[in-house]
Design a protein around this ligand. Structure first.
Ligand SMILES: Cc1cc2nc3c(=O)[nH]c(=O)nc-3n(C[C@H](O)[C@H](O)[C@H](O)COP(=O)(O)OP(=O)(O)OC[C@H]3O[C@@H](n4cnc5c(N)ncnc54)[C@H](O)[C@@H]3O)c2cc1C
Length: 273
């Protein structure tokens, strides 16, 4: 499954409109967006992401942050909004109509009919403290708010042959982990670990979803991975999240596991201050 991104021209500065907000926990929020003509132009490879543009602090220069594309629902695929119900945080009269986003004012937001020609997708935000521009924006997002997204260069490839997949993520990479699990061939056995210190962390993960059970850790040390018997000839390792987590995994991949480069995909998603 090799899915290089960028087979179509890159999409830059595309408006997307908030349609619904779901609070999975007090510190983790899924936001559904509607837009026009976005998804058909993206590669939608496993764990693909968008760059979102946000106002900088105190009116400073705009900044960009990366967020994984969740549940892309192209126009015509049916199903407005996401199952499970969400919260309409604002009346439709507050719908933002500036900046070229779809106009929700007359459509009624969450109950727009399937076949309305709109693409839908979600992003999931860790609402961390101290907040940065992205988490601050997400924690205040309201129906009709418009942000602009860009499609960064992205490459994802699974090696062949593929024995087992060993997957490790923190909460910022939970959407990416889910996407990878969704895309793995059924015959591939996967072992997945999520790392998060919150007591209610399991609420960000649908425990009923098919596929491998995800094990949770409050924090990660190299000792936690001592039992990972990774085969460097057949297996594949993916890890994403805070830099120290990725560093721990990288040390093991280069050291005792002896994994070739094409059998590992390790990516820092954020850096602790
Ligand atoms: C490819 C890719 C995909 C990503 N997908 C997602 C995703 O789907 N969901 C998601 O929530 N994040 C995701 N991230 C991580 C997200 O881009 C970063 O967490 C980003 O720094 C958040 O921006 P901010 O403006 O909120 O905070 P910043 O301005 O970047 O940082 C402000 C402060 O918050 C701290 N901080 C930043 N992120 C976190 C965090 N997650 N937890 C605790 N403290 C933090 C920083 O250390 C700093 O002190 C992804 C990153 C990459 C590279």
């Amino acid at each position: 499954m090799t899915q290089p991104a960028g087979s179509s021209p890159r999409l830059i500065d595309h408006p997307v409109t908030v349609e619904r907000v779901h609070d999975l926990t007090a510190w983790y929020r899924r936001i559904d967006f509607v837009t026009v003509g976005l998804l058909s132009r993206l590669s939608l490879a496993p764990a693909a992401y968008l760059m979102i543009a946000l106002p900088g602090a105190a009116g400073g220069r705009p900044v960009q942050r990366a967020y994984t594309i969740v549940s892309p629902r192209p126009a015509g695929a049916g199903g407005a909004g996401q199952a499970g119900g969400g919260t309409d945080l604002a009346g439709v009269s507050e719908a933002g109509q500036a900046d070229g986003g779809p106009d929700l004012a007359e459509g009624g937001g969450p109950d727009l009919a399937a076949g309305d020609g709109l693409d839908r997708f979600s992003l999931e935000f860790v609402l961390h403290q101290p907040a940065g521009p992205a988490s601050a924006w997400a924690s205040q997002a309201r129906l009709g708010d418009v942000i602009r997204v860009s499609d960064p260069p992205y490459h994802f490839a699974l090696p062949q042959p593929l024995g087992r997949a060993w997957l490790l993520a923190d909460s910022s990479a939970a959407p990416a982990l889910r996407s990878i699990l969704d895309h793995l061939p059924q015959a591939v056995e996967a072992r997945a670990v999520l790392v998060d210190p919150h007591p209610d962390r399991q609420l960000i993960w649908d425990q009923t979803r098919p596929g491998p059970t995800v094990a949770w850790l409050s924090q990660l040390t190299a000792a936690d991975l001592a039992g990972w018997a990774i085969d460097p000839v057949r297996d594949w390792l993916w890890a994403a999240g805070q830099r120290d987590l990725v560093k721990t995994v990288r040390g093991l991949a280069r050291g005792p596991w002896g994994l070739p480069r094409d059998r590992q995909h390790l990516q820092t998603y954020w850096i602790a201050a």
